[in-house]
Write a protein that binds this ligand. Sequence first.
Ligand code: AMP
Length: 220
Amino acid sequence: MAATYIVLLGPPGVGKGTQAKILAEQTGLIHVSSGDLFRENIKNQTELGRLAKSFMDQGELVPDDVTVAMIKDRLVRPDCAAGAILDGFPRTPVQAEALHTMLAGFKGDTNLVPFINADPKMLVERICGRWTCKAKGHIYHEKFNPPKVAGICDLDGSELYQREDDKAETVTNRIKVYMDQTAPLIDHYRKQKKLVEVDGAQPIEKVSDELLAAIKKVVK
Ligand code: AMP
């Protein structure tokens, strides 16, 4: 059976990470988040982590070549043999092209690109109230999706923290970078008839129901 690759597209704070985790659980595909991979490298104090941090702290994108190499390393691992839910990658036209070439090498291609969209005004509120678990990156929001006990992850009991780049000063630039560099991918995938638009302002369960229905149509 051919592998399945789903690319989640959408602005920062729209809920890609939350949805990717749900979809991975429901489909059995592996969640591959470029942001999580960078944060893991920062935590482990690797060379890649040091490099990535200098861009992430400014809300800028990590250079394409470095990002593409990291994703390729992840996708060749055996647990991704059946495919992956890509969250945060590709983020530029160069990365989209590199992904296409990479997947062709695995005799696959991007099957579906759900585009989770929302009003930019909502994104700032979503990002600034976001808390992330230290152990596994589970995501909460102080208003929309609070943990049962403040500051503690419901799922693994680890401490919640606010990402450095989720602070107000950086968020505006992340949204601008998205508009300039990532938004062109919407048309790119629309032309390929792979885009499915989902309203990210809906409750989490409604968004995941719509995403799962779209995935079921392309994954036989
Ligand atoms: P995220 O967790 O997806 O919001 O990503 C956090 C930060 O990691 C971004 O603001 C970028 O600095 C960096 N990053 C994540 N994915 C990519 C990517 N595909 N290309 C370049 N930089 C990325």
